[in-house]
Design a protein around this ligand. Structure first.
Ligand code: NI
Length: 330
C-alpha cells in the first residue's frame, strides 16, 4: 500500500532537486494555473474599489512636473541629488541648457558662488594667462561685497550672470521671494559692472519649469545648468576636480566649478591646460549657446579635435561617459 509512496520518497531522495521539482510540477499541473485563476475569481469585488479609485491615478501623476523641477547637485554645502535635469531637448525657444550641440571643440567653463576675495583673483589670473574666457555665476551679495572683482570679471572679457542674492533653493520659494533674489542680483550686477545679465543659474539647479518660463519672460534669462559637475565643493580634492573634468568634458559641455574654494582653484591650471591639450577651446556660455544647433543629437565628439597624444581610447571614454549622463537627464 504505502510502498508506492515509499518508492516516490526514495526516488526523490536520490534524484537531484531540479529533476524532482520538475516531476512535481508535472504531477500537479492543475494546481499552479488554478492558484492564479482562484484569486482572480475572488478579485473582482476587490477590483471594483480599485477601479473606482482609478481616477485618483491622474491626481497621483500630477506631481510629475515637480519631478522635473527637482534640484540637481551643485551646492557647496548640502549633499544633494546628483546630475542636472533637462538638457537641450526643446528646440526653437529653448530656455534651459545643460550642454550645447556644437560642431567645434568648444566648451564653457563656469564658476559659481563668487566673487570670492582671494580665490576669484587667483582664477582670473590663470584665465588671463591662458586667454581663456569663462562665465561667472555670481551671488548678488558677494558682488556687493567685492564690486571691484565683479568689475574685473567683466573688464577681462568674461561673462557675468545671475546666481541669486544669497543662494537659496528657489524652487521652494514663493514668487515674490524669488523675484527679489533675482532682481536684486540683476540690479547689483548691472549697477556695478554696467552689464545686463542674460543668463541665470539657480542654486542647486533647483528651478521649476514655470519659474524658468517666468524668469525668461521677466528678465530674458536663459536657465543654465551643466553637464559636467566637478563636485569640487564635495570632495575638495584638486586631483579629483581635474580628473572628473578631463574625463567627462566633451564638445558643447558646460563645466561646473566653484571659485570660492581654494582646492577648486588649485585644480584649475592643470585642468585648463589638460582641456586645451585635448583640443578644447573655451568660450562663454552665451557664445556656446550662439553656436548651439537645436535638435541635433549630442554626437559631437572631441575625437577630431583631440591632440594626437589623447588618442582614440580617450575619445571613446569621453563619449561613453557623456551619454549616460545625457540620458539620465531626461
Ligand atoms: Ni551655487
Amino acid at each position: 500500500m504505502a510502498s508506492f509512496a515509499v518508492r516516490i520518497v526514495n526516488y526523490m531522495i536520490r534524484t537531484p532537486l531540479a529533476v524532482t521539482a520538475a516531476i512535481l510540477a508535472a504531477l500537479s499541473p492543475t494546481k499552479k494555473p488554478a492558484s492564479h485563476p482562484a484569486p482572480k475569481a475572488s478579485e473582482p469585488p476587490a477590483e471594483v474599489p480599485a477601479r473606482a479609485s482609478a481616477p485618483v491615478a491622474p491626481v497621483a501623476a500630477k506631481p510629475e512636473p515637480v519631478k522635473e523641477e527637482a534640484p540637481a547637485a551643485e551646492p557647496q554645502h548640502a549633499p544633494v541629488v546628483k546630475a542636472p535635469l533637462p538638457t537641450t531637448a526643446a528646440a526653437p525657444s529653448q530656455i534651459t541648457y545643460s550642454q550645447c550641440h556644437v560642431d567645434g571643440p568648444y566648451v564653457a567653463m563656469t564658476f559659481d558662488d563668487g566673487p570670492h576675495g582671494s580665490q576669484t583673483p587667483r582664477l582670473l589670473k590663470m584665465l588671463q594667462q591662458r586667454n581663456i574666457k569663462a562665465t561667472f555665476f555670481v551671488v548678488g551679495k558677494c558682488v556687493a561685497q567685492y564690486p571691484e572683482l565683479a568689475k574685473q570679471i567683466v573688464a577681462e572679457g568674461h561673462e557675468i550672470a545671475n546666481h541669486s542674492w544669497d543662494h537659496p533653493l528657489l524652487s521652494k520659494m514663493a514668487e515674490g521671494s524669488v523675484r527679489e533674489q533675482l532682481q536684486k542680483t540683476h540690479d547689483v550686477i548691472k549697477q556695478t559692472t554696467g552689464v545686463t545679465p542674460t543668463l541665470m543659474r539657480p542654486p542647486y539647479g533647483g528651478f521649476t519649469v514655470n519659474q524658468r518660463s517666468w524668469a525668461n519672460g521677466t528678465w530674458g534669462y536663459k536657465c543654465i545648468l551643466w553637464d559636467v559637475d566637478s563636485l569640487d565643493w564635495q570632495h575638495k580634492t584638486p586631483a579629483k576636480t581635474e580628473s572628473i573634468i578631463l574625463s567627462n568634458t566633451k564638445a558643447g559641455s558646460i563645466v561646473l566649478v566653484h571659485d570660492i574654494h581654494k582646492t577648486s582653484i588649485d585644480a584649475m591650471e592643470a585642468t585648463l591646460d589638460g582641456l586645451a591639450k585635448k583640443g578644447f577651446k573655451f568660450v562663454t556660455v552665451s557664445e556656446l549657446i550662439a553656436m548651439n544647433k537645436p535638435g541635433t543629437p549630442a554626437k559631437t565628439k572631441p575625437a577630431k579635435t583631440l591632440a594626437p597624444s589623447a588618442g582614440a581610447a580617450a575619445a571613446t571614454s569621453i563619449d561613453e561617459l557623456a551619454r549616460p549622463a545625457a540620458a539620465s537627464i531626461r
